[in-house]
Structure formats: C-alpha cells, structure tokens
Design a protein around this ligand. Structure first.
Ligand code: WT7
Length: 655
C-alpha cells in the first residue's frame, strides 16, 4: 500500500500522494482564487483554455436571471477549439481517438485526420442545406463518426441533438419533433454483444409521420447489414464526405450561440430538451477535464466509458478532452464481449492512464470477481473517476484496490445534464479522499444544502436539498422552447436565488457533501435518468392497462430498478391468473415499455394489482409502493382514501 492511509470514524480516507500532487493540474490555490474573485477566476479560465476569435467584453450577465449569459460579446468556434488549433500548434500527429470496435476492428485517428474528417462533414452538411441555427439529430452507435458529426454541427453552428442509440423509434420521434430537426445522422447499425444490431429501421419508423421536419437522412455504414433505403431522402455518409472538400473555414459564433440540445427525463412524462451554449460550456468542460480528470494531453491516455448519447459523452468524450488536445480511447461495445476482461484488455493494450466510468459498472465487475482484472496489466492507470450516481464506499474501495492498484486517486464527480460539467468533486492531488462522498464544490462553484423551509444549514448528518447558489459557465440556458418550464423546474422550489438540483444531500462531520439520490419522481437506473411519469404513460398506452404506478426500488447492481404496479382493464383481468413475474402478460408489458421508450426503461418487476394506494385528493402514494417494492414494512397509511388497499396489494403479492 503506497498511500498513508488513515482511519476516520467508519472507513479509511486517502490523503493526496505527494508524487501525484507534484504534477497535478488542480491546486489548493484555485479555491482561493475563485473565492477572492469569482468572475475574474472564470474569465481567466475562459481566456487561458479557449481560443477566442473575438475576446469577450463582460464575464457574466445575470440581469435576466435565471437566464444567464457568459463571456458576453465573445466569439469562438467550438470545433476549431477541439481540432484545428491543435493541428496549428504542431500536434497534428497526436492521436485524438484510439477506436476499438466491438468485433475487434480498430482505427487510429490523429488530430490531423480529425480535422479533415470534421471539415468534410461540415462541407457535406452545408451541401445538404444545413445552415447556422438549423437543428440536427444524431442517432449513432459509439463510433468515431458520432464525435465527427457533433463537431461538424458545432462548426457550422447547427445545434445537435444526440439521441441515445438505445432509445426506441417512438422516443426518437418525440425528440426530433420537439427540436424540429432538419437532418438525422444515423448508421445502418452497430455491434452489440457480438452481433450487428440495426439502427436505421428505427429512424425510418420515427420519420414515418406526415408532419416530420426532416428532409434528409445521412447514414454511416458500420455493419454492412441489409438496410431499407429511401433514395429521395437517404444518403450514405461516406458518399457525402467523399464528395466534399477536406478544408472548411470555421466561422466565429457568438459565445451564447446554442451548441446542443440533449433530452433528459423530468418529473412529467415529456422529456426536457436541455440546451447549452458555446463559450461557457466549452470553458467549464475543458477546465474540469483538466483539473478533475487531471488530463495531461502530452502524456495521458484517457478513457471515458460513457455513451455519446448522454451528457457525459458530450462533455467528457467530445468537448472537454478534445478542447484540451487529449488522446483518448473510444470503445463501441459492452464490457463482456467477447469476455469479461475486455475493458482491462483495452487498458493494457492502449496504456490507459485515466479511466472515467459509472458505479454500476464497478459493481458489475465486483460481481464478476477481482481475478478477472488481476489477469491484465493495469499499471498504466493513475487516476480513476466515477459519475452518474452515488458510489457506495464498498464499491469505491474495491475500485481503488483492484483497478487502481491501491495507488490511483478516485474522483467521485457529481453533476447533471443541466449543469453541463462537473460541479462537486475532489481535486486529485489536493483533496483527502472520502470514499462514497463527492465532497466539495470545485473551485468556481458554490453549493449549499437547504432544509424544507429553504434555510441553509451545515449541521452534519441532517438531510436536506442540494442547491447551487451562483450561476456557472456551463449551466443550461433553458429548456428548448419552454422558458416557463425552466423557471418552474429549477428556480421555484426555493425561489429565484437557488438552482434546485432535485437531489437530497447531507454534510458529514468533516464538511463533505454526500449525495443521497433524487428527491423527485426521477429514478436513476445504472446511472441513467428515467422518469416515473414517462414509464407510467408508456404502460397506460398499452390497450390492456387501465392504470399504472412506477417507483424506483433500490437494487444492488443498478442502484435503482424500475418497479411497476399495474391495474388491468376489466376485460383483461382474467389474463392475470398468475400474479407476479414471468407471465406472458408481464412480458408483453415489459416489451411494450421497451418499444415506447427503450430497453433501459423496461421494468425489472411488474406487479398486477387490483387497486393503487391514493390520497383523498387522488394522488398516488408512491412512498408506500416503494416500501412494498423494497420489501419493507409499509409506512404510515393514514392519509390513504382507503386504508385497506395496501393490505390487499401485500396479500396479492404474498398469496
Ligand atoms: C443525476 C443527474 C452527470 C452525468 C451523468 C448523469 C445523479 C450524478 C452523481 C454522483 C451521486 C450523482 C444525481 C443527479 N448523479 N452523478 N457522483 N453522486 N449522484 O446525468 O442523467 O443528468 O443525472 O445523476 O441524482 O441529479 P443525468
């Protein structure tokens, strides 16, 4: 054991290793600098990390709060910052992306290669009539074209809306329509668990509506499987790029020009189009990737295992590391294809030094056993990161020991689609690490914990609500097309002064922040955000379902799991002769949810019940259903309209 390990009351903490600290990008002085002059601090980050075509006049305009403007008057091009300037600085031969396909095919893409690909793609988009301000949907597997497509959109000022490849045609359709996309970039398919899996048919189904705004579909050839084709509408990506020039002058865009829209689940059934703009987002993505992931572009090999369809892929595969000129690994597939050591094999092969992944993956590897990573050389690793949900101390300690060789610091990073970039995290080389806690706001970020009345407190172990108390550069600029929903969702629970994150939190005796999960009707399954309302509405759209209630029940592997309680329509009640899982009807309902939203939203458990617990005003009491789903004694039922409902549900389940 290399570190001086000390024991706090319940578990070990890990002071920074002096050797790591000696070269770390993060320093204690950053906290002081940000505290002394908050706007000056961010202006310095923006000017030192980003290349501006026109310098900004003022750092922050908060006069129209909660609508912020950062780096006002500044102009820049995000793609230029992520690609061209590294080539211009003589790093054209540096590898930008080591791509590892699931079947084992590989591609090495240097910054010079990336420049010519992004330029060709930008020219191709323009040739298809895409102009600054037009929105483009991207529905791709984890292949380099995903990053190239995003950067090409950014280059010409066309906001992209990336839709996770695991979402259904229905979900894709809603997102395309909400943002009125003119173009879809997709692929024939991708590789999943050793076999090609089709993607394009979902796009065809999503566009099979009279009112679509989409003119063209650009299709990357990845699997070469048989693909339905509509010649007036569909074009191959490789044909379009081959016909385009490999040079493209990057125009300057306003700092506040929209860079992308990304949909995320909220408390209602309709997903929210979170949108981010250019200057502030890019600044904070680059800054956090430097000081939290401690990326040193000249020597590190960085790997973020997220999918490009989530914000983690946006900020920490595309914009942050590429703005910093880093070398990274991109992997297409699943961790167990073709064997359970695939990730460790990839780390050994490319000499990965920084690994950023999710707790659910760590827990899966724990289950598979430490002998699997032990069979590979992981000595290149020097930093580990975690994101997406709380990491339980047991998983944290396992991650450090078996993956990090007892030497790598772990950064547990709290943030959201809405925050755009990391907000709460230790700084490696500076912070004494506390397993299980995201610890403190990073320099430049301010957070507090409020009680029910909205009063900030610092007493340890008391549970409250996490809020952010100052605007930050990468903050969402709103919900696409719905400014009122933006105010209502984030800036009303505790008034206009506080951004309400939707997470419960507490301090420990050392002042560390512990995130305790969502306090709203949002679930977190394997680090993916799902809304109870969205799954409920998917269930009731099935002809046999009369009513549905969904809860997130704690699950050892996935953090939370979707559990649904369903009331059938009268004429189908007989079909539910057997209550519980495994019946044909339950399978039919689970598949229906997959079709409506995507396989990630499939309930783990569906319970057919005769009634749901409701208050006298008709509100479903999910708290009681959660008790049942988690196998607990059912709590206080006195506010139920009919207090016998819970015993009949329990009886139905036990009998
Ligand atoms: C929600 C945001 C951040 C990108 C991936 C998820 C939860 C995220 C942590 C963490 C505890 C975390 C929160 C948050 N969350 N990171 N380190 N510790 N909880 O983005 O889909 O927008 O979800 O994920 O509940 O509100 P997202």
């Amino acid at each position: 054991m290399s570190s001086a390990q000390s024991l706090s009351s319940t578990h070990p903490t890990f002071p920074p290793d002096p050797e790591f600290a000696a070269t770390a990008n993060g320093t204690a002085q950053l906290y002081d600098a940000a505290a002394a002059d908050y706007e000056g601090f961010w202006a310095d980050q923006a000017r030192s990390r980003i290349t501006w075509d026109t310098d900004f006049e003022s750092t922050l305009d908060w006069s129209e709060a909660p609508f912020a403007q950062w780096f006002v008057g500044g102009q820049l091009n995000a793609a230029y910052n992520c690609v061209d300037r590294h080539v211009a600085a003589g790093h054209g031969d540096r590898v930008a992306i080591h791509f590892e396909g699931e079947p084992g095919d590989t591609r090495t893409i240097t910054y010079a290669d990336l420049l010519s690909e992004v330029s060709r793609a930008a020219n191709a988009l323009e040739a298809l009539g895409i102009r600054k301000g037009d929105t483009v949907a991207i529905y791709l597997p984890m292949i380099p074209e995903a990053a190239i497509a995003m950067l090409a959109c950014a280059r010409i000022g066309a906001p992209h809306s990336v839709v996770f490849g695991g979402f259904s045609a229905e979900a894709l359709n809603t997102r395309i329509n909400d943002a009125a996309c003119k173009l879809v970039i997709t692929a024939d398919g991708g590789y999943r668990r050793g076999a090609p899996s089709a993607l394009k048919p979902a796009v065809d189904a999503a566009l099979d509506h009279a009112e679509t705004t989409v003119d063209k579909v650009l299709v990357v050839q990845r699997t070469r499987q048989e693909t339905p084709w509509f010649p007036e509408r569909d074009l191959w990506w490789h044909d379009a790029l081959a016909a385009a020039s490999d040079t493209h002058a990057a125009p300057a865009h306003d700092s506040e020009h929209p860079l992308f829209i990304l949909y995320t689940s909220g408390t209602t059934g309709k997903p929210k189009g979170i949108f981010h703009t250019t200057g502030g987002y890019l600044t904070q993505a680059a800054y956090t990737n430097a000081v939290v992931h401690d990326v040193h572009p000249e020597s590190d090999v960085y790997w973020c295992t997220a999918d490009i369809g989530w914000v983690t892929g946006h900020s920490y595969i595309v914009y942050g590391p590429l703005a910093n000129g880093a070398t990274q690994v991109m992997y297409e597939g699943t961790p167990d294809s073709p064997h359970q050591g695939r990730w460790w094999e990839i780390i050994q092969k490319y000499g990965v030094s920084i690994l950023y992944t999710a707790p659910t993956a760590v827990r899966t590897f724990m289950k598979w056993g430490s002998e699997i990573p032990a069979g590979f050389d992981l000595s290149s690793l020097r930093l580990l990161g975690s994101v997406g949900e709380p990491i339980n101390p047991e998983a944290w300690l396992w991650y450090r020991k078996y993956i990090g060789g007892d030497r790598c610091p772990i950064v547990d990073t709290w943030w959201q689609t809405e925050t755009g970039a990391i907000m709460i995290s230790p700084l490696p080389g500076v912070t004494t690490l506390e397993p299980g806690s995201a610890q403190r706001p990073i320099p430049g970020i301010s957070a507090e914990i409020l009680d029910d009345e909205g009063v900030p407190f610092t007493e340890p172990e008391k549970v409250g609500y996490l809020v952010l108390t100052k605007p930050w550069p990468a903050m969402l600029r709103g919900i696409w097309g719905d400014p009122q929903r933006y105010r209502d969702t984030y800036w009303s629970r505790f008034g206009e002064k506080y951004y309400f994150a939707g997470d419960g939190a507490k301090y420990d005796a050392d002042g560390n922040i512990w995130l305790l999960g969502r306090v709203d009707d949002v679930m977190n399954v394997s680090g993916h955000r799902l809304s109870t309302a969205e799954i409920e509405s998917a269930l009731v759209s099935h002809p046999k379902v009369a009513e549905a209630a969904v809860v997130g029940a704690s699950d050892e592997m996935t953090g939370q799991a979707v559990v649904a309680f369903v009331i059938l329509r009268e004429e189908h009640v007989e079909e539910a002769d057997e209550v519980g899982e495994g019946t044909d009807l339950v399978k039919e309902l689970r598949d229906h949810v997959a079709k409506e939203i995507g396989p990630i939203a499939k309930p783990r458990t569906i319970m057919i019940v005769a009634e749901l617990p409701k208050t006298r005003s008709g509100k479903i009491m999910r708290r009681l259903l959660k008790d049942v789903a988690e196998g607990r004694e059912v709590g206080d039922v006195t506010t139920l309209a009919d207090s016998s409902v819970m015993s009949s549900i329990k009886l139905g389940l036990d009998g």
